[in-house]
Design a protein around this ligand. Structure first.
Ligand code: NDP
Length: 421
């Protein structure tokens, strides 16, 4: 047990082990570029290969790389500004706690201010969509280099700093999952920084740029569909940063190491594939009747209500179980001293936050109409991701809580969707 506490060895491999992770190392970038190329092609058919590939030069631009480096530099500078409170993370294996600046929302506000000033001064943000392909290449390359450096850095830290899941001894597997749990330079936490800032704020910025481009093309006004996609996804980004402290109790922070999976996901996958609906609408305009738009807004509001309610409830409970908003909820004691919620949102299904997230995903795809599959890629991918993630979390919770987790599963039999799954 003492050995396990200081030097966790990942015995149970996930994502198909070394072979599965090797395949994902190749597949994730291929899928990213396939989606971008398909989205900007006329037929926009997700299931067929593009008739001809653009020249290699279309994937590379020194300006795109410079722009991306400036963006990362700006977000890193804002991260370091001493504003907002500082929160403690979950206790680590060596019994210490890391401290995290909770200033993401302020950074978003400052970024919005700078972009607003830039636009007033003539910043041609509407031209950004032309650079998406080289920007995505630069982001993928940076994610790859960062993962390599993170992998090498992980050999300089004590065993207690390694992630329980990314320390198998297999190079490919550990490179993909991430060996070190919380890589830091001084107080700069690389994983925490990448989780919500450059990629998530970048996603909102790409959406805005695409909306401006659409407005330029159509007499100065964006379409209703584009407005809805932008508004819904902006709510999601703003919400994530407003509730930044809540990520300190999520799997990414408390369990997963920082490797290619999160670096590529945060820096390349999120901004360029999550903005596909807006990109799709730019090339394939859709008209939307007001009553339909109203129904979609209602669906989004329901999803958001569930998502936010569940995440806030669990985060509040984990941070302060005697908080009046959660003190009255029924719980199951566990041998670790932590309790499991068995009423409220977490008594409905075992991952109510995933249910809300999926409903929102559907709501922001629907404004794209039903003529193409591509805008629904996110819903399909996200369902697979969350079903797999739920399964991973269940196994981790079974390990952590044993019989108490089994009792929770008996009392709350459905995983994500009540009476269905
Ligand atoms: P969760 O926030 O769902 O955290 C899971 C942890 O919560 C468990 O390991 C356990 O940890 C604790 N927990 C589980 N059940 C209970 C219970 N009944 N009572 C108290 N605590 C419980 O995990 P994620 O990190 O996967 O998700 C966070 C949010 O991020 C979700 O809303 C998800 O949808 C979203 N997300 C979005 C993504 C995107 O790309 N848009 C990608 C991934 C996630 P412990 O007991 O140790 O506290």
């Amino acid at each position: 047990m003492a050995h396990q506490q200081t030097s966790p060895r990942s015995d149970e491999l996930e994502f198909g082990g070394p072979l599965g992770t090797a395949a994902m190392l190749l597949l994730l970038p291929v899928v990213l570029f396939h989606l971008l190329l398909t989205c900007h092609s006329g037929p926009c058919s997700l299931l067929s290969l593009p008739s001809e590939l653009p020249p290699a030069s279309a994937f590379w631009s020194p300006w795109a790389l410079l722009l991306l480096l400036l963006w990362l530099g700006l977000q890193a500078t804002l991260y370091l500004l001493p504003m907002g409170k500082v929160s403690e993370g979950r206790m680590l294996r060596d019994k210490s706690h890391l401290r995290y600046p909770i200033n993401g929302f302020r950074c978003l506000g400052l970024t919005a201010l700078l972009v607003g000033l830039g636009l007033a001064g003539g910043l041609p943000l509407g031209s950004l969509p032309e650079l998406l392909l080289p920007l995505a290449s630069a982001a993928a390359a940076i994610a790859f280099i960062l993962s390599l450096l993170l992998y090498l850095k992980s050999f300089t830290v004590p065993p207690s700093a390694l992630a329980p899941g990314g320390n198998s001894g297999n190079i490919v597997y550990d490179f993909f999952l991430g060996r070190e749990l919380n890589p830091r330079f001084g107080s700069f936490d690389l994983k925490y920084f990448c989780e919500l800032r450059p990629g998530m704020i970048g996603w909102a910025l790409i959406n805005l740029a695409v909306l401006l481009r659409e407005a330029e093309r159509h007499g100065g006004r964006p379409s209703l569909a584009m407005g809805l996609v932008n508004a819904f996804q902006l709510v999601y980004v703003v919400d994530a940063l407003w509730n930044e402290e809540a990520i300190l109790t999520t799997m990414d922070i408390i369990h997963d190491g920082f490797g290619f999976m999160l670096a590529f996901g945060d820096l390349a996958w999120v901004p360029f594939t999550y903005s596909l609906q807006a990109q799709f609408l730019l090339n394939h305009p859709q008209s939307l009747e007001l009553p339909v738009a109203g129904a979609i807004c209602l669906l989004f509001a329901i999803g958001y209500f569930i998502f936010r309610g569940a995440n806030t409830q669990k985060n509040t409970f984990r941070r302060n179980p005697s908080d009046p908003s959660v003190a009255g909820l029924e719980t199951i004691p566990t041998a670790t001293g932590r309790r499991l919620l068995v009423s409220g949102w977490w008594g409905m299904v075992r991952h109510p936050n995933y249910l809300g997230d999926l409903i929102m995903a559907l709501a922001w795809s629907l404004p794209c109409g039903v003529t193409h599959l591509l805008p629904y890629f996110y819903v399909v991918y996200f369902t697979i991701l969350l079903v797999h993630r739920e399964d991973r979390d269940e196994r981790q919770c079974l390990q952590k809580y044993g019989l108490a987790w089994r009792e929770y599963c008996t009392r709350v039999p459905y995983r994500i969707v009540p009476y269905i799954y």
